[in-house]
Every structure is written in structure tokens, then in C-alpha cells.
Write a protein that binds this ligand. Structure first.
Ligand code: DX5
Ligand code: ZN
Length: 230
């Protein structure tokens, strides 16, 4: 409670449409928006950086045109894709664009490019990626995404060792005094979400917990409660 108050109040919830039913996308997005979701998390996979394929800019554009929730675009793509993918998803209406630190030796330049397009910038860290470099780019970041599973698929189990990483990143951000969000992604439900928020996460991404629930709206509301439970 105290920690959360320090970081700007209620936790934000970003349902991941990876787990939504493709033929009911619009109605499912409407359902989570009505329940109080803050953003819509869109996982972009290129079949190279991760062993899966998902959505392109046309889907992002369609989701942003219904104007229900800001789009949180998580790029799980290799370096070769970044040059065209960043402007394409900015044009499609992304609020945030996240790139993986593992794919580019030019992270600072990439983050500047994202902000230059009027989009909030974020970096994602795979479970085995140490956060040591973050203090050097915090001024260029609006969000750090801590992967709490290995990227590529929904429905995997939360990796408990990531709780320590959340704490370490929280400390770095507090020390720098910058308004940078901490998003966690993978295996998030009401229990793991509460653990992550207690360590300093401010945005919870959840795919299967929300969209495989009998009532996705209720699942969103239970995640919003994570900030109040401690
Ligand atoms: C995994 C994706 C996640 C995924 C999470 O690579 O980045 O956003 O949708 O799914 P759950 O919440 O089911 O672990
Ligand atoms: Zn994701």
C-alpha cells in the first residue's frame, strides 16, 4: 500500500490480446475496457526472435481505430525488423512501443527514435537478461518491461526469480528519480500480480488469466485490486 502510494496509486492493467478469441476480438476488448483495463497489450512476434507469429500493423491499426484503449505494443522481433516495425506501429497508433534489449546494440538510438515519433519508449528484458545497463538509459525510457516468463507464448508459469529483478529495477528508478513505469509480463494472475506490485511493478500484463477466465471483466477487476491488498 505504502509502496504503491509512492508510485502513483492504482496499478494499471494491460490485458494481452494474444490470449483473446480472434473471432471475438472487438467484443472482448470492449469487455476489458468496460471493466477498467488501462491499456491493451499487443504482442508482435516475428517467428525469428521468438518461435511464434502473431499480429502486424493492420491489426494494431484496427484495434486503435475502435478507440477503446491505448495500445501497448511489445515488439518481440529481431534487429532486422526494427527499422520498419517501429514507424509502422507508431503510425498504427501505438501509445507505447517496447523493444527487447537483447536484439539491438543501439538501444539508446532506438529509444530516441521511438520518442521522436511521439510514442512512449520502453525496453524489455528477458528472464536471463541482467538490468545493469538501465541506469545509463533511464532518461530515455518511459517504461521497463520485465519478462516474467520466456517470451513467445501465453499461459506459461511465472518465474519467481524475477521478483528480485523487479526490486532491483525499482531501486534504480527511485534512485534516478525518473517517472518510469515497471511493467511485468508473463504468468500474471491475482497472486503473482500482487507479489510483483509489492516489489514495485506499476503495470500488469495478463493474457490467459484475463481471456481464459469465465468473466474477463472480473479478472481485470481482481488485478486492479492488487495494489490495495498490501
Ligand atoms: C509472452 C507475451 C505475453 C503473453 C502473456 O511472450 O509477451 O504478453 O501474452 O501471457 P500470459 O499472461 O498468459 O502469461
Ligand atoms: Zn507481451
Amino acid at each position: 500500500m505504502e509502496r504503491n502510494a509512492r508510485h502513483g496509486g492504482e496499478v494499471k492493467v494491460a490485458p494481452s490480446v494474444l490470449s483473446a478469441r480472434p473471432l471475438e476480438l472487438e467484443s472482448q476488448v470492449r469487455q476489458v475496457a468496460l471493466a477498467g483495463a488501462d491499456m491493451l497489450h499487443l504482442d508482435i512476434m516475428d517467428g525469428n526472435f521468438v518461435p511464434n507469429l502473431t499480429f502486424g500493423p493492420a491489426t494494431a491499426k484496427a484495434l486503435s481505430s475502435i478507440n477503446l484503449l491505448p495500445l501497448d505494443v511489445h515488439l518481440m522481433v529481431s534487429a532486422a525488423c526494427l527499422d520498419w516495425a517501429i514507424p509502422a506501429f507508431a503510425e498504427a497508433g501505438a501509445r507505447y512501443i517496447t523493444v527487447h534489449s537483447e536484439v539491438t546494440p543501439h538501444l539508446s538510438r532506438t529509444l530516441r527514435t521511438i520518442r521522436g515519433l511521439g510514442v512512449r519508449s520502453a525496453v524489455a528484458l528477458n528472464p536471463a537478461t541482467p538490468p545493469d545497463f538501465l541506469p545509463y538509459v533511464l532518461d530515455e525510457l518511459d517504461m521497463v518491461l520485465i519478462m516474467t516468463v520466456n517470451p513467445g507464448f501465453g499461459g506459461q508459469a511465472f518465474i519467481p526469480a524475477m521478483l528480485k529483478k523487479i526490486e532491483v529495477v525499482r531501486e534504480m528508478i527511485d534512485r534516478a528519480g525518473v517517472p518510469c513505469e515497471i511493467e511485468v509480463d508473463g504468468g500474471i494472475d491475482a497472486a503473482t500480480g500482487a507479489e510483483a506490485v509489492a516489489r514495485g511493478a506499476t503495470i500488469l500484463v495478463a493474457g490467459s488469466y484475463v481471456f481464459s477466465a469465465t468473466d474477463p471483466g472480473e479478472a481485470v477487476r481482481s488485478l486492479k485490486m492488487c495494489s490495495r491488498e498490501r
